[in-house]
Design a protein around this ligand. Structure first.
Ligand SMILES: Nc1ncnc2c1ncn2[C@@H]1O[C@H](COP(=O)(O)OP(=O)(O)OP(=O)(O)O)[C@@H](O)[C@H]1O
Length: 246
């Protein structure tokens, strides 16, 4: 795939090295990534492929700012803004997560007692008020919250989550139901970077197709997508390119 030379990658990983130090095991060191390089342009979906234990999930966590690293850069770009997550402060990482990165992890980590609909809608409310504006008054916040819940309803309905479950906390949901709440939370905000860790692992064929459509729509709006897809059919459908781990 050729890229417009005027367009910079949305994700640029340069000379990234990550070693785990096992402090409870005599400080044994486990090198996982060494000099890793990758770039992902807006509109691409890069699939990470390779044997188990080679570092795919570790890279995803570096791209989300969960892991620091000894060497290298993990640059994300959105419009005129950019950050190097490898050296960013925790505050900058949180700022980018709210505005710039969506991450569908394998497992839903929801706050107890918050219903599925609000788990999804909250993602749209976490960066209010927007930069440069005054604090929202209660009426305007209520308006935004209602609009966010409306968007969450649309996505949960599209993902075939029964409406009887929408107000219930997802802790007791089945694996596939929890995964669909997680997917809705990951896709509800159109961020420039989208990270997907096995997004279809617990889904039936009909819901897998919906997720494939959602990924295609994200690419079409210009998101840079990185994913781990063990389902080869899904991978071959959504990936524009593969990056191998050996
Ligand atoms: N937090 C951690 N502390 C110590 N070692 C870790 C940690 N996370 C991962 N590892 C080790 O790093 C290596 C890479 O793990 P990782 O989960 O990134 O692999 P993977 O390619 O995603 O594997 P899989 O396909 O099985 O999910 C493994 O040997 C793993 O044991």
């Amino acid at each position: 795939m050729k890229h417009d030379r005027n367009i910079l990658p949305a994700i640029e990983v340069r000379a990234l090295s990550k070693t785990f130090t096992l402090h409870l095991r005599g400080s044994q060191r486990l090198p996982v990534l060494q000099g890793f390089e990758m770039e992902v342009y807006p509109g691409e979906c890069v699939a990470l492929v390779g044997a188990s234990g080679q570092g795919k999930s570790t890279l995803m966590k570096c791209l989300y700012g969960s892991y620091g690293c000894e060497q290298g850069r993990v640059v994300l770009r959105a419009g005129h803004d950019s950050v190097d997550l490898a050296s960013a402060s925790p505050r900058q990482v949180l700022h980018w997560r709210r505005r710039g990165i969506s991450y569908v992890s394998q497992f839903l980590r929801a706050v107890p007692r918050v219903g599925a609909l609000d788990v999804v809608a909250e993602r749209l409310l976490e960066d209010l008020p927007p930069d440069g504006t005054d604090a929202l008054d209660d009426a305007r916040y209520a308006q935004q919250a209602a609009a966010a819940r409306e968007q969450a309803c649309t996505l949960l309905a599209r993902l075939n989550l029964p409406s009887a479950l929408w107000e219930l906390p997802p802790a007791t949901f089945s694996g596939g139901e929890q995964q669909r709440v997680n997917i809705a939370r990951g896709f509800v905000k159109p961020t420039p970077v989208l990270l997907l860790d096995e997004p279809t692992a617990s889904l039936d064929a009909a819901n897998r197709r919906i997720v494939v459509q959602l990924i295609a729509e994200a690419k079409a709006r210009g998101a840079a997508v990185v994913g781990i897809f063990h389902d080869e059919e899904v991978r071959d459908t959504v990936a524009t390119r593969q990056v191998g781990f050996a």
